[in-house]
Design a protein around this ligand. Structure first.
Ligand SMILES: CC(C)(COP(=O)(O)OP(=O)(O)OC[C@H]1O[C@@H](n2cnc3c(N)ncnc32)[C@H](O)[C@@H]1OP(=O)(O)O)[C@@H](O)C(=O)NCCC(=O)NCCS
Length: 198
């Protein structure tokens, strides 16, 4: 694979829908909230001062192949979804009426992650690769980029929470040096909590 790895901050906003489309292929909570939330979330993430990440772009076609995102304060990104009250109310009402349990899960997950962060630590919030580019070390490379950048920024530790069934994510994350420190229930999810020194 011939690609470049670039900071998410440099992403042309016109390419955000492609990022959102890749994330929609992930089985996690954000994609269950629906496409408008996913798109909004990444609009917020690329502007957030403390969050950082990377995207891989195929040289020949310019296609975005995958991305990663980290922050010392992951809950701040979710909270910012409510900043535009009109947008938030319109969209969250749709979720409340059609998928009330997803809304409840969002509240539970936001509270849980706040209680799990430490000073001088970052969370690997997402690392996602388009299915057609998987199995070629890109996931690991995108996560390693977060670790290298976190270290440069002076953080001492990186955390990740991964659903217990997610063999690919667990394999990639453990191959990158993370170890499981606990397993826990978060609403309907069963997750492993992993950490690595930076
Ligand atoms: C997790 C994900 C990013 C991995 O991306 P990827 O590019 O396919 O992974 P890599 O090629 O870098 O694989 C890294 C390691 O994981 C292993 N691995 C990858 N997929 C695997 C699978 N399905 N089962 C078992 N091991 C797997 C590889 O063997 C490799 O190990 P090695 O380096 O020791 O040989 C990708 O599967 C994905 O986007 N999943 C959906 C989104 C997601 O779940 N993200 C994580 C949220 S916590």
């Amino acid at each position: 694979m011939n690609y470049t790895l670039n900071p998410l901050k440099d992403l042309d906003p016109a390419l955000l829908p492609r990022l959102a489309e890749i994330q929609m292929g992930d089985a996690g909570l954000l994609s269950k909230l629906g496409y408008p939330f996913v798109l909004r979330y990444f609009e917020i993430a690329i502007k957030d001062e403390r969050a950082f990440g990377f995207y891989a772009q195929e040289k020949e076609t310019n296609e975005i192949m995958g991305f990663s995102l980290a922050s010392p304060e992951p809950s701040a990104l979710t909270t910012k979804l409510t900043d535009n009250k009109k947008w938030f109310l319109t969209n969250i009402l749709k979720v409340l009426f059609t998928r009330p349990l997803v809304f409840l899960q969002m509240v539970i997950s936001s509270i849980t992650i706040q209680g799990q962060m430490e000073n001088e630590a970052i969370e690997c919030i997402y690392f996602t690769v388009d299915p057609k580019f998987r199995g070629q070390q890109l996931g690991r490379t995108l996560q390693t980029a977060l670790m290298d950048e976190g270290r440069k920024r002076g953080y001492k530790k990186i955390f990740a929470s991964i659903e217990t069934w997610n063999t690919a994510s667990l394999a990639a994350t453990q191959a990158n040096g993370f170890t499981i420190i606990k397993s826990f229930r978060e609403g309907v999810y069963r997750r492993h909590r992993l950490e690595s020194k930076l």
